[in-house]
Design a protein around this ligand. Structure first.
Ligand code: NAD
Length: 495
């Protein structure tokens, strides 16, 4: 019998009021049923927010360094359970073990960073314009934070949001992706084991209906969302109407630029990892490859040979390099784009179909695929596919490559391979993205630096690093006048 999981609301593991459940299956072998999870509705979200409101009252009074101590323990527990969580995560999400171990490691790094931030959370003390007056700002928590997360980083992205939100003194209601609910279930168990007061964390499983209720609930002043640009736009409209604080991290169409002076061996390793790691399902995945015309043909030949050697398989099996897509709809989308590429007259260099091996029959696998001959406006060079499909474009000058890189609606990550130090610095200045790598692929963010994108990738906020702590806290300014007289700021003292 598959296990039936529950929500965590008001300090207890409870069944959803809807009595409805969805199945969570292994994308590498859909006959493997991981469990049934609550398909929650508005009443479940309402109960979670009511309890989180009480949780906020208590948790926000705990000193920030003590909040940090609990997050430090969460980090220690993630270290203890790293292998177990990574294996379970691969089972429900599909990416290979090395990547799910990295996903847990990001959670560990984020926990330890949050723990140390408990002893900073700096405000400012500044001189006053007036005599005998003290002027300062400090950062205080906001309230209940509603967190909505995607499938591709089942642990890391929830921790990017949850740990800073909690460290700042907010309580949290999280609605994880319905594609990977088990990982957050395990994470919440660890938070409780570490000593987090139960009302400070609420877990509501479900899909769009639960997410929508969280966004529109008047008791939730802060929403942080990572997912597709279409969903983020709908959430943005709602939060604008309700005057909510909102962080959006959305889609990408990231490019790697390879100049004619680049170290081509290095660039080859980088593009294989950037394009086909996580089966192309990273927001920072390299989905466009811009090759200088002088190296275009020979680099493309080498790349195709190497891509054909990548081993698809169950991510828990030694030797697997490329796992399945997350579900049938994701593979259908890849197939639709492969058809569009052919219709638009692009050259299919390799891949372009499902693998034939009976070993992969029960999973959502798709061959690493490369199209060449794209124009900057080709749909495959403009639209996010979120799968193992790489679109190659040819360019003649650095300036042209910058124009192509910038000519999309997204702006998350970019990368330049060159040995020319001047071009490297120009790329850091001119590529219109939140992140630029030099001589490394478009993926590989570090937990202690701000992460996010420009244009339709984001809305100006950042996750990670020091910046996220500003999102989850409100600046309050305090003045204390100890002159014993009425001193009037902003008034000319002419008499
Ligand atoms: P998605 O938009 O389908 O779903 C994300 C989450 O939103 C899920 O939990 C889902 O249940 C919930 N949701 C769906 N409709 C909703 C609604 N109307 N209101 C509230 N919640 C709703 O995204 P996905 O398929 O899980 O993830 C893939 C996408 O995420 C890609 O576009 C990728 O680029 C993006 N992504 C971006 C980043 C980043 O940092 N920029 C990181 C990871 C993934």
């Amino acid at each position: 019998m598959p296990k039936t999981f529950r929500n965590f609301i008001a300090g207890r593991w409870v069944a959803p009021t809807t009595r409805a459940y969805f199945e969570n299956r292994n994308p590498a072998n859909t006959r493997d049923l991981i469990g049934r999870f609550p398909d929650s509705g508005a009443a479940d979200v309402n109960a979670a927010v009511a309890s989180a409101t009480e949780g906020f009252r208590k948790w926000s009074r705990v000193p920030a360094p003590a909040r940090g101590d609990i997050l430090k323990r969460v980090g220690d527990l993630l270290v203890r359970d790293k292998e177990l969580i990574a294996r379970q995560m691969t089972r429900e999400m599909g990416k290979v073990l090395a990547e799910t171990r990295g996903d847990v490691q990001e959670g560990i790094d984020t926990a330890y960073y949050a723990a140390s931030e408990g002893r900073r959370l700096f405000g400012h003390t500044v001189p006053s314009e007036l005599t005998a007056k003290w002027a300062m700002s400090y950062r205080r928590p906001i309230g209940v934070a509603g967190l909505i997360t995607p499938f591709n980083f089942p642990l890391a992205i929830p921790t990017w949001k949850m740990f800073p939100a909690l460290l700042c003194g907010n309580s949290v209601v999280i609605k994880p992706s319905e594609d990977v609910p088990h990982t957050v279930h395990m994470l919440v168990e660890l938070l409780l084991e570490a000593g987090l007061p139960p009302e400070a964390i609420q877990l509501v499983h479900g899909a769009k209906a639960a997410g929508q209720r969280l966004v529109e609930h008047p008791g939730v002043p802060v929403i942080s969302f990572t997912g597709s640009t279409a969903t983020g736009a709908a959430i943005g409209a709602e939060c604008g109407r309700l005057h909510k604080r909102l962080s959006l991290e959305m889609g990408g169409k990231n490019a790697m630029i390879v100049m004619d002076d680049a170290d081509l061996d290095l660039a080859l390793d980088g593009i294989l990892w950037g394009a086909f790691g996580t089966t192309g399902q990273r927001c920072t995945a390299t989905s466009r490859l811009l090759l200088h015309r002088k190296i275009h043909d020979r680099f493309l030949r080498r790349l195709a040979e190497a891509a054909e050697k990548l081993v698809m398989g169950d991510g828990r099996k030694a030797g697997s390099q490329v796992g399945p897509l997350i579900h049938e709809a994701a593979r259908d989308k890849v197939e639709r784009y492969v058809a569009i590429g052919k219709q638009e007259g692009l050259e299919l260099v390799t891949g372009g179909r499902r693998p034939r091996s009976p070993r992969l029959r029960n999973g959502w696998f798709y061959q690493p695929t490369i199209f060449a001959g794209a124009k900057p406006k080709s749909r495959l060079a403009q639209e996010e596919i979120f799968g193992p499909v790489l679109t190659v474009l040819r360019f003649g000058s650095f300036e042209e490559a910058v124009r192509i890189n910038n000519g999309v609606r997204y702006g998350l990550s970019s990368s330049l391979y060159t040995r020319n130090v001047n071009l490297a610095f120009r790329a850091m200045r001119d590529l219109d993205n939140g992140i630029t790598y030099v001589n490394a692929p478009t993926i590989g963010a570090e937990a202690h630096l701000p992460f996010g994108g420009v244009k339709e990738t984001g809305n100006g906020h950042r996750e990670g690093g020091w910046e996220v702590y500003h999102f989850y806290s409100e600046t309050k300014v305090c003045y204390a006048d100890y002159s014993g007289t009425l001193q009037r700021a902003q008034i000319d003292n002419y008499d």
